[in-house]
Design a protein around this ligand. Structure first.
Ligand code: HPA
Length: 263
């Protein structure tokens, strides 16, 4: 059976309004959703994810009166060198009827005024890895327009939700670095010159795929650290996982207010 049929079988066939991908250390958000959880292992095409801090489950259910599909774990390019690794989950979200996709991630900040614990709404991205998940795609549909890839109306609605909750939400450009090693201080200096405000190892390939699939996209970073060379604090995955919950609580409030405001 295809993933979509298994999901309809277990969680019902009603369409979902929004798809949500949770980043490192943000997995507890899935528990806020009252619904049915399905392990990725039960869904053909869904990736195994071996990254600690990610819960590889799809949860479908209600949050603030809206039916949502939450991808509790993402697979990353750096796990196997496959930029398309999230394609099946994203296609499934589209097949479930999701109009929009909200991506979250943990990121390093390049801006002293966006310290660890703060959130940043992604306005645009820099594909610093040079990899593209649409390489090999055979049709002209591969020439995806990336202007306003981060949907202006969704961004405005998220900014409004943050304002209503009195939570500071910075606005900036996210650079995708392939990982899994962290960046060097020289790379971070280069990225600052290039116009990046935050850096991370995910999200960009998913945004490209989602736009290809016709989903509207928004994304929020939780800043877990200052990027390499910008502070004395040692950068590590442990630190990322420990810091992510700081932003996660605020992210959940913004998400709830955003869903409540959806008509
Ligand atoms: N760099 C890349 N990815 C990250 C970082 C970082 O500093 N922090 C959290 N994810």
């Amino acid at each position: 059976m295809a993933a979509i049929d298994i999901i309809r079988d277990r969680a019902g066939a009603e369409p979902v309004r929004l798809g949500l991908i949770l980043g490192s250390g943000l997995g507890h958000l899935a528990e806020a959703v009252a619904g049915v959880a399905i392990d990725y292992a039960d869904l053909p095409g869904f990736p195994g994810t071996g990254v600690s801090g990610h819960a590889p489950k799809l949860v479908i259910g209600m949050l603030e009166g809206q039916r949502v599909a939450v991808l509790g774990g993402r697979a990353h390019y750096y796990e196997r060198g496959d930029a398309q690794v999230m394609r099946a989950p994203l296609e499934t979200l589209g097949a479930l009827g999701a109009e929009a996709l909200l991506l979250t991630n943990a990121a390093g900040s390049l801006r002293p005024d966006i310290p660890p614990g703060d959130l940043m709404l992604i306005r645009d991205h820099i594909n610093f890895s040079g990899r593209n998940p649409l390489i090999g795609e055979p049709t002209d549909a591969r020439f995806v327009n990336m202007v306003d890839a981060y949907d202006p109306a969704l961004r405005a609605a998220l900014a409004q939700a943050a304002k209503a909750e009195e939570i500071a939400l910075a606005d900036g450009v996210y650079a995708w670095y392939s990982g899994p090693s962290f960046e060097t201080p020289a790379e971070i200096r280069a990225l600052r010159v290039l116009g990046a405000d935050a850096v991370g190892m995910s999200t960009v390939p998913e945004v490209i795929l989602a736009r290809f699939l016709g989903l509207r996209v928004a994304a929020i970073s939780t800043v877990t650290n200052m990027a390499a060379g910008m502070s004395d604090e040692a950068i590590s995955h442990e630190h990322t996982k420990a810091m992510a919950p700081l932003g996660a609580a605020k992210l959940e409030r913004i998400l709830r207010a955003f869903l409540r405001a959806l008509t």
